[in-house]
Design a protein around this ligand. Structure first.
Ligand code: KMT
Ligand code: NI
Length: 179
């Protein structure tokens, strides 16, 4: 099942709003795949025993996992963390998130540097490729609980834009030309 994604407008209004263009310009799973963004829809109600999640983790080597609740009264240093999450950045490794409850947005840059907003709802598992510029925000519900997955020992370090001189960024840009 497809995930909902769209090109964003340029308004400075509340980041938690949807920021769709008028008319809406949807982005397909194929377009996301071309950017290296992969997605699965799972049954979050059974995440603790889900064989499909186990299969994906095994196949892709997602050995590490923890759970983060992004909510004002639960997450330590909430304001500071949300500010960091919304700074445009990249990582040296894939960013893998599985929404167990609530919802939120991941924004990613396309080949022409336009923002695509991806609506992450309960049951959505996504991988953002190493080297892609992206950011995260809660939506107007102000709550999500997510599993963070990682290949091996997690490295959460973010490189804020500009980070164009990193090898991983060059590698990612090259990968866009090949596919
Ligand atoms: C990140 O790296 O941007 C995050 O971990 C966002 C919160 S996880 C839903
Ligand atoms: Ni990130």
């Amino acid at each position: 099942m497809a995930m909902e994604a769209w090109y964003m407008d340029n308004s400075d209004e509340d980041r938690r709003k949807s920021h769709k263009l008028e008319p809406n310009r949807p982005v397909s799973s194929e377009e996301l795949k071309h950017l290296g963004v992969l997605h699965w829809k799972l049954n979050a109600a059974i995440y603790e025993t889900d064989p499909e999640l186990q299969r994906i983790r095994k196949e892709r080597g997602y050995s590490y996992m923890d759970i983060i609740t992004v909510e004002k009264n639960t997450l330590p240093n909430y304001e500071e963390k949300l500010k960091m999450f919304f700074e445009e950045h990249l990582h040296l490794d894939d960013e893998i998130r599985y929404i167990l409850d609530g919802q939120a947005y991941f924004d990613v840059r396309d080949q022409e540097d336009r923002w695509i907003r991806i609506a992450m709802r309960t049951g959505d598992l996504i991988t953002l490729p190493a080297g892609i510029y992206h950011r995260f925000t809660l939506d107007e519900s102000n709550y999500t609980k997510a599993m963070r997955l990682f290949v091996g020992e997690p490295v959460w370090k973010a490189y804020n834009r500009p980070a164009d001189d990193y090898e991983i960024r060059k590698k990612y840009m090259l990968s866009l030309q090949e596919s």
